[in-house]
Design a protein around this ligand. Structure first.
Ligand SMILES: O=C(O)CCC(=O)C(=O)O
Length: 247
């Protein structure tokens, strides 16, 4: 069976350069499916959100969603042109899909399998972007995100439903067809603009400090969420079941 049997094509809509994205940044985003935005979040903004994030992570470090509803400082960061503004520059007028903090405690063994974010929502088209904001420097030692450049151009891939070390549901796509993932080696204050179909993963934190990243996903206002999620339909089809009866 060919790898293309596991991909549903969805046309990528390139980001234009403008006030918030330079031509180089727009080119990089369009080519790789992500761009590192150096010194993007002012130190004062990070300092404002840090106490709230640390409180939330202390309450529940494994699953921390809707963080903008739990902290005014996080909401202000999310609404700023550093997050929502740059997403809309790439993606057009957009609405929030999800905000979250993703944490790995010191020496925590925690895998986020290779995946495309957009598969979770079953999107009608590909106009969805995310900004990741690390709360500290990230690198291979503390479990940084790894991206596979160019995979946003593939469209929507088939994903298995896997679980992580804590039994949390975690979708996973076939990685063997890809080469050369890139670690996101970042400083505090950097951010990453990523397309929703760029395949990425992250692995264990082997350091003595926690690794916390915030994520803000937005869809273009014209992009619809389709139910049931297509990965489930594909899975049913692959198993030879009738998706209509299985739904
Ligand atoms: O922050 C991480 O390590 C992974 C986050 C991620 O892959 C995601 O939320 O889709």
């Amino acid at each position: 069976m060919a790898i293309n049997d596991f991909i549903e094509e969805q046309q990528f809509v390139p980001a234009p350069a403008g006030d918030l994205l330079t031509p180089e940044q727009a080119d990089q985003f369009n080519r790789d499916g992500f761009v590192v935005l150096k010194n993007w979040i002012p130190a004062a903004r990070l300092a404002e959100v840090r106490p709230d994030i640390e409180t939330l992570v202390a309450q529940n470090h494994r699953r921390q969603k809707d963080i903008h509803t739990k902290s005014e400082a996080v909401d202000a960061l999310m609404q700023s042109d550093r997050v929502r503004g740059v997403i809309e520059a790439a993606n057009g007028p957009s609405e929030l899909l999800q905000s979250f903090a993703f944490t790995k405690l010191p020496h925590e063994v925690r895998t986020k399998h290779w995946h495309q974010d957009g598969v979770y929502w079953g999107l009608s088209d590909s106009r969805v972007c995310c900004v990741f904001v690390p709360m500290q420097a990230t690198n291979e030692d503390n479990g940084c995100i790894w991206m596979v450049p160019g995979t946003h151009l593939l469209g929507r891939m088939f994903h298995d439903v896997a679980t992580d070390e804590f039994g949390l549901e975690n979708l996973r796509c076939e990685m063997s067809a890809f080469r050369d993932p890139v670690p996101l080696v970042l400083e505090a204050g950097d951010a990453v603009l990523a397309h929703t179909y760029t395949v990425h993963a992250s692995f264990h934190n082997r350091t003595d400090e926690p690794r916390i990243s915030l994520g803000f996903h937005f869809r273009n206002v014209g992009t619809e969420l389709q139910l049931p999620a297509p990965y489930r339909r594909l899975q049913e089809r692959r198993l030879g079941r009738d998706p209509a009866r299985a739904a």
